[in-house]
Design a protein around this ligand. Structure first.
Ligand code: ZN
Length: 356
């Protein structure tokens, strides 16, 4: 049972169609999209094929339109029965993957404007991540600056696998702006498919892609740590979203052990890397890729070495569990409160601020 006042840190809102974004785009870009006929496509991303069962729980599938595309459905399925104080909306859309940097920005802007008007304005429990063109950190930073005044935007959203590893200096203008405005960087599962999701090359099946997403998160975290992002931006937090959780302890162990042997090449990494992860990195709790019982969850937290890293999330409308089994039954009440409320509030400073 989810206690009152929970904060759902990953709820998906689906753009029904690019046509729905047109009223929220600048006139030039509206005309540009219409002249090219781009509104006939929806840029669904192959990271989340709409027909795949994992991406829409059967009882959360609407009769019409995409799962996650309707506010009344989100209210009926999550906001009313679970009664979270806040739910953070994350949009995954082809706009984040388009090669034209200007068009990518224009569509991301349209998505953010649409999110504010069609979702945030209509339910006070909703918050959102800012969607940005991830391959143009300067344009992404501009979009974050444009929206920073609206405190309902609580995070900047990236995909785990992009054109360059996320820690590279190329990305730092975006991190500078995010840190300035108290916005964590949310690194969601997915790829912009500039490279294969698996480091070994292109797989044949979606099954391989989805399982590989955990490795994508491990690579992203390695890069953020090794390049010194956490030292350069001492107030920046990173949330790994829909990453699974069980890979992290092994990854931290391996990173620590290797760092001891080669630390001369990363002089800025002046603390045990796993300690930095415990302090600055958070993970959403769905999909929980271990047996769904309290003992397994406690064992994973023991391996993390912290009970402050896990954040409650339904990952609506993705199908990771049935009924209301979003967290295992039988967790100690203190821990349940931490995962569902205290940890999210400590991660997202904007949730504690007055909203307009
Ligand atoms: Zn998700």
């Amino acid at each position: 049972m989810i206690p009152p006042g929970a904060i759902d840190c990953d709820v998906h809102v689906t753009v029904p169609s690019v046509r729905d974004l047109l009223p929220y785009m600048e006139p030039y870009w509206r005309e540009h999209v219409e002249r090219r006929g781009l509104e006939r496509e929806n840029f669904d991303t192959s990271a989340y094929p709409p027909g795949a069962a994992i991406n829409a729980r059967p009882d959360w599938k609407p009769e019409k339109g995409p799962a996650g595309g309707s506010l009344p459905a989100l209210q009926q399925h999550i906001l009313d029965p679970l009664a979270p104080e806040f739910a953070i909306c994350n949009v995954i859309h082809g706009a984040q993957m388009i090669f034209s940097e200007d068009l990518s920005l224009a569509l991301c802007r349209g998505i953010n404007n649409w999110l504010a008007a069609e979702w945030l304005d209509r339910d006070p429990r909703l918050r959102a991540s800012i969607v940005v063109p991830p391959h143009s950190p300067d344009l992404a930073a501009e979009e974050v600056e444009r929206l920073a005044g609206d405190k309902r935007f609580v995070q900047v959203l990236l995909l785990a696998m992009a054109e360059v590893p996320l820690g590279r200096r190329f990305m730092w203008p975006l991190y500078r702006v995010a840190e300035k405005h108290g916005l964590p960087i949310g690194v969601h599962a997915g790829s912009s498919f500039r490279h294969p999701p698996s480091a070994g090359g292109w797989g044949s099946l979606y099954l391989e892609d989805y399982v590989s997403f955990a490795q994508g998160h491990a690579g992203a975290l390695n890069s953020l740590l090794a390049e010194g992002v956490f030292q350069k931006f001492p107030d920046l937090r990173v949330v790994l979203i829909e990453s699974g959780v069980t890979w992290l302890p092994a990854s931290m162990w391996r990173f620590n052990k290797t760092w001891r042997g080669v630390r001369a090449e990363v002089p800025w990494l002046n603390r045990l890397p796993a300690d930095i992860v415990r302090e600055r990195v958070r993970l959403t709790a769905q999909p929980f890729d271990a047996p769904p019982d309290a003992a397994s969850l406690l064992s994973i937290l023991d391996q993390f070495g912290s009970d402050e890293m896990l954040l409650f999330a339904t990952d609506y409308p993705h199908w990771h569990y049935d009924e209301d089994e979003v967290l295992p039954a039988g967790l100690p009440p203190d821990l349940l409160r931490k995962i569902t409320r205290d940890n999210p509030l400590a991660t997202y400073p904007r949730l504690k601020q007055e909203t307009p």
